[in-house]
Write a protein that binds this ligand. Structure first.
Ligand SMILES: Nc1nc2c(ncn2[C@@H]2O[C@H](COP(=O)(O)OP(=O)(O)OP(=O)(O)O)[C@@H](O)[C@H]2O)c(=O)[nH]1
Ligand SMILES: [Mg+2]
Length: 452
């Protein structure tokens, strides 16, 4: 199944979840089944599919849903995280430093794209101001050196090799000597021998004698299940440090690559996306998975999740706690809370909040949240910064502007002063509430300001 088709079947599974009335155990189980089907159809190894889906199911059913997001959103977040996890959570860049003379060796079976990607990599780093050199160590296939030489010439990169060479180790040794002034030396190796055993032996010999800084396996993204077997046999010969998945343009299967990652434990560092020398991208796991899942809807969701988790900058939190708490701050808090679902539930989950705030206060605050936001919106900036100004005539004007009553406005102002008093109390206790002062500052949801 094509990568984009895997994407669309995963997207459909997720869309279905969005439409489900209640996200209960049955809905989660159905989603997991849909995901399994999508992954299997796109060539991800069975064992791996089972592992992933088991983890998704366990987390989706058992994990406590953090405040601010619904169970539905949490389930999707889990799916995203588990898929991302197994292609690596963060991008792992190929580090090349000027003057360090890093040697990388590309391995992989014939036709996977080693020679093409040797040139692509050289170009990639050349464009970033580094000095790469190419070594043609495929002495088996006739014309291999000529192919690399031609590619190198096109991009103005020196290629070391010998037309009639027989011994790749000798070629590389000589090449390394010649390339003493390079920042990155890329060794292109053979992908075929009379027997696979010989190929594997050659990789071992090369690795032992030239000690590359990194062995990178080049995997054809269209080969599906075979990727796993290939990755395993190469990994046994020479520990694979990184993976390049090629041919992810057109109708490629993504699944095989995922299997290879699992087999070697090595991160994907680049993907090849076409036949041209420029067609190479540094691999970004979240983007890859995003593509698989049809990121459209998901992006907004993840943003929302992220926002709910966003920490108030320490400085801001300290200001507020020292009494510099304005109606603008209060408004921000209302808006933050509004995005986070049931108010009282959110508040109850905050450390320190559950016993500090009486239930009726939370409930009444929740009911009036929208009204209060409109009222604050109808104030002038000066009034928001200095609520003491809010006398009766101003309150009347604001009530009129917001379609509320003067009583509503006064009540909001009263709540505001109560809130501020409470904040000052926290300050006097000299104990920073809600983890404030810890590593990340305090969570937005953790602000006492949330309930006012
Ligand atoms: N569409 C597409 N084609 C690619 C990509 N990478 C390589 N190819 C094509 O795949 C074919 C094989 O690429 P090579 O780089 O020669 O593969 P190799 O691993 O060096 O093969 P051997 O030297 O025989 O072991 C060539 O026709 C390339 O143009 C890619 O990312 N996308
Ligand atoms: Mg080649």
């Amino acid at each position: 199944m094509a990568l984009d088709r895997l994407g669309s079947s995963l997207t459909n599974a997720i869309k279905k979840l969005f439409k489900t009335g209640v996200v209960d155990e049955a809905a989660v189980k159905e989603l997991v089944k849909d995901i399994q089907r999508a992954l299997l159809q796109s060539d991800v190894n069975v064992q791996l599919v089972l592992e992933i889906s088991k983890r998704i199911e366990e987390r989706a059913l058992n994990e406590k849903v953090p405040p601010g997001i619904s169970r539905r959103e949490h389930v999707i977040k889990v799916v995203y995280e588990e898929l991302t996890r197994f292609v690596g959570e963060k991008p792992v860049p190929l580090k090349v430093d000027p003057g360090k003379k890093k040697t990388i060796m590309l391995v992989g079976i014939q036709g996977s794209g080693k020679t093409t990607h040797a040139a692509k990599l050289a170009r990639y780093f050349q464009k970033r101001g580094l000095k790469p050199g190419l070594i043609a160590a495929d002495t088996f296939r006739p014309g291999a050196y000529a192919q690399l030489l031609q590619l190198g010439n096109r991009i103005n990169i020196t290629v070391f090799g010998e037309e009639k060479a027989k011994d790749p180790v000798k070629v590389v040794r000589e090449g390394l000597k010649q390339f003493a002034d390079k920042d990155l030396i890329i060794v292109d190796t053979a992908g075929r021998h009379k027997e696979e055993k010989e190929l594997i032996k050659e990789m071992k010999d090369l690795e032992k004698s030239i000690h590359p800084d990194e062995v990178i396996m080049v995997i054809d993204g269209t080969i599906g299940q075979q990727a796993l077997i290939q990755a395993k046999s190469f990994h046994e010969a020479t520990p694979i440090g990184a993976i390049i998945v090629t041919k992810l343009d057109g109708s490629s299967r993504g699944g095989g690559a995922l299997s290879a990652v699992a087999a070697t434990g090595a991160p994907i560092k680049f993907i090849g996306t076409g036949e041209k020398i420029e067609d190479i991208e540094a691999f970004i796991p979240s983007r890859f998975i995003g593509r698989l899942l049809g990121m459209g809807d998901l992006e907004t969701l993840l943003e929302k999740v992220h926002e709910a988790e966003v920490n108030v900058p320490q400085k801001k939190a300290k200001e507020i706690l020292s009494g510099k708490f304005t109606l603008t701050d209060m408004y921000e808090q209302f808006s933050a809370v509004k995005n986070m679902g049931p108010f009282s539930k959110v508040m109850k989950m905050l450390p320190g909040m559950s016993y500090d705030v009486p239930d009726e206060m939370l409930n009444s605050a929740e009911g009036r949240l929208d009204k209060w936001r409109v009222i604050i919106q109808s104030m002038t900036p000066t009034e928001r910064e200095n609520p003491k100004l809010l006398n009766s005539s101003r309150a009347k004007r604001i009530a009129h502007g917001s379609g509320t009553t003067e009583k509503d406005v006064k009540e909001l102002v009263k709540q505001y002063f109560m809130m501020r008093k409470m904040l000052k109390m926290f300050k006097r206790k000299k104990k920073l509430p809600f983890g404030l002062g810890g590593k990340g500052g305090m969570g937005m949801a953790g602000m006492p300001g949330n309930f006012k």
